[in-house]
Each structure stands twice: as C-alpha cells, then as structure tokens.
Design a protein around this ligand. Structure first.
Ligand SMILES: NC(=O)C1=CN([C@@H]2O[C@H](COP(=O)(O)OP(=O)(O)OC[C@H]3O[C@@H](n4cnc5c(N)ncnc54)[C@H](O)[C@@H]3O)[C@@H](O)[C@H]2O)C=CC1
Ligand SMILES: O=C(O)[C@@H]1CCC=N1
Length: 271
C-alpha cells in the first residue's frame, strides 16, 4: 500500500528521511509532499534532487497526507502545526522526529480533534537506510497506524519501540550519536595528516576502520572493552596511545557529553 507522506520541515533530518525513502524506490517520490517555513530555494532543491512535490498550501498538504511527519526545530512546532490543527484529516497519524517535545503536548494541541501521535528519533544515517530509530506511540495510535508508520521508519534503518520516558536518553545516544562519531573521525583525520598520511587516503582508512569495528560490536560476541583489549599488546602502540586518552579523561568526557545532551533533550521538552 502506498501511503502519502506530508513532511513539515525541510532541513537536515527531513532530507535524510526523504533521501532514504526514495533510495532503491522504497517510497515513490510521487507520494512525498514537503513544505518549510520560508526557504523556497531549499524546497526547489529537494524537488530537483529527489523528485518529490512541494507545496505551501495547507489544504493541499493536508489533503495529500495519509501520514504527516513533523521535522521542524522543537521551538517552532506549535507555529508549524497551527495551520494544520483543523485541516488534518481525523485519524491521520502525526510522526514527530523532534527532540524533547512530548506526545502529550502534541495530543493536547489538537484537543478533541483526536490525532494519533508517534514520537520518533531517527538520525541522519536514514539517508543511507542505516538509521537507529527509537519511537513511542501515543494513546490514539491504532494497530493500523503503527504498522504503517513503522513500515516507513524501517525503510530507513532499524527501529525500536521504547517507553516514552526513555526517548530523551535515546535522543542523546542515537539521535545525536552520529555527530560524536564524526567528531572522532575528524580527530583521526587530523592526526593522520600530522603523521604524514594523504588526507584522501586517510578518509578511506578511517571510515573502513570504524565500519569494521562497528561490525565486530554488532556481532555481539565480545564487549567493546574486550575488543580493544584484544588489540592492545603490553608495551605496544595501542597502550602508548591509550595512555594519552586516559590521562586526558577522554572516556569521562564522552560520558559527560552524552549526559549533557540528555539534559538538553529534557529541557527542550520543558521550554
Ligand atoms: N539533525 C539531526 O541529526 C536530528 C534532528 N532531529 C530533530 O529534527 C528536527 C529538525 O532538525 P534539523 O533538520 O536538524 O533542523 P533544520 O533547522 O535543518 O530544519 C528545520 C526545518 O523546519 C522548518 N520550519 C521551521 N518553522 C517552520 C514552520 N513554522 N512551518 C514549517 N516549517 C518550519 C524550517 O524551514 C526547516 O526546513 C528537530 O526537531 C531536531 O530535534 C532528530 C534527530 C536527529
Ligand atoms: O542537536 C539537536 O538538537 C538534534 C536532536 C538530535 C540530533 N540533533
């Protein structure tokens, strides 16, 4: 069954989802209609790149929607949804990808015009169909709604249903997660250049090294600790490098980084 998707917001996360859906024709571009706040250039760019349609007509966007994805910043959501408050067809599921904003606040927003809400946190790896997407369902979500939405989310990676009180923690871990890894990769690239490795080659070496390491962890045979211990010979290169990481408290910093992101996700919901 082809579900028509209306996407409100046309930024990084919206593009990652759209790109992932149309890759390998998982979703037909004809079924995707996108709007944003004011950036016509961005809408035209998405249309050209992915073949989707774009609109600024609330009636057209509402009429099109079998499902609405909301991908604006948390501070903008009420303004973005307001024009759709009474035009969205009753029973049309609303899928939020926003950090912080609770299901209840979105359900309350619609009042008696009961709109089924799913709160999800994909990440930008959706564009290569490799997102990790936790989600929680609201009180009006039917089995049919859930099936339809999880189907769409699965096209762009793996999904996990979690209690809503865990979503802020997952936002800090998996929604934000790729950014931490890119930062680490950037550090490895900087080091590579310093020790005389060609930057283009370094990019390939670093990404393949991370891919292999990630696959080993996904096998779930050894813990990350056991895996790095397998690499570390006493008095060898790994130990020499790790001594610096330990001296500088890099692991503690990483833990604190994710805790801070978690706090921020909670704050975004209580603005
Ligand atoms: N970027 C990421 O990696 C992730 C982002 N998210 C969530 O996704 C949401 C979007 O994030 P980004 O794409 O990074 O932001 P962005 O700033 O790139 O895009 C936001 C989009 O919302 C649109 N918008 C703002 N006000 C609007 C309105 N009144 N009506 C219609 N559209 C409106 C803007 O025009 C823009 O296209 C945020 O809530 C964020 O928490 C969740 C997981 C990962
Ligand atoms: O930085 C942010 O707030 C968003 C939410 C998760 C990833 N990016």
């Amino acid at each position: 069954m082809t579900l028509n998707i209306t996407m409100i917001g046309a930024g990084s996360m919206a593009e990652a989802l759209i790109g992932g859906w149309v890759k390998d024709s998982k979703v037909s571009p004809d079924s995707i209609m996108v709007t944003n706040y004011s950036n016509d250039f961005k809408l035209q760019e998405l249309k050209k790149k992915y073949g989707i349609s774009i609109s600024r007509s609330v009636d057209e966007l509402s009429e099109h929607a079998d499902v609405v994805f909301l991908a604006c910043k948390p501070k903008d959501w009420e303004k973005a949804l307001d024009p759709f408050r009474f035009t969205m067809k009753q029973g049309t599921p609303l899928v939020s990808v926003m950090a912080g904003v609770t299901i209840q606040s979105m359900e309350n927003f619609f009042g008696d015009h009961a709109i089924p809400v799913i709160r999800s946190i994909p990440n930008t790896s959706a564009i290569v169909q490799a997102s990790m997407t936790p989600y929680s369902i609201g009180k009006w979500i039917s089995l049919e709604n859930k099936k339809a939405v999880t189907h769409l989310l699965q096209f762009v990676g793996q999904i996990a249903e979690v209690p809503e009180e865990k979503i802020d923690a997952m936002t800090a871990l998996t929604g934000t997660g790729p950014a931490y890894i890119y930062y680490l990769m950037e550090s490895m690239e900087k080091a590579a250049e310093k020790i005389g490795i060609d930057p283009e080659l370094a990019r390939h070496l670093v990404s393949q090294t991370l891919l292999g390491a990630s696959i080993r962890v996904q096998e779930n045979v050894f813990s990350p600790k056991s895996l790095y211990e397998q690499i570390m010979s006493p008095g060898g290169t790994t130990e020499a490098g790790f001594n610096v990481l330990k001296e500088r408290g890099v692991q503690d910093a990483m833990v604190e980084c994710i805790e801070k992101a978690y706090e921020r996700s909670q704050e975004l919901g209580n603005k």
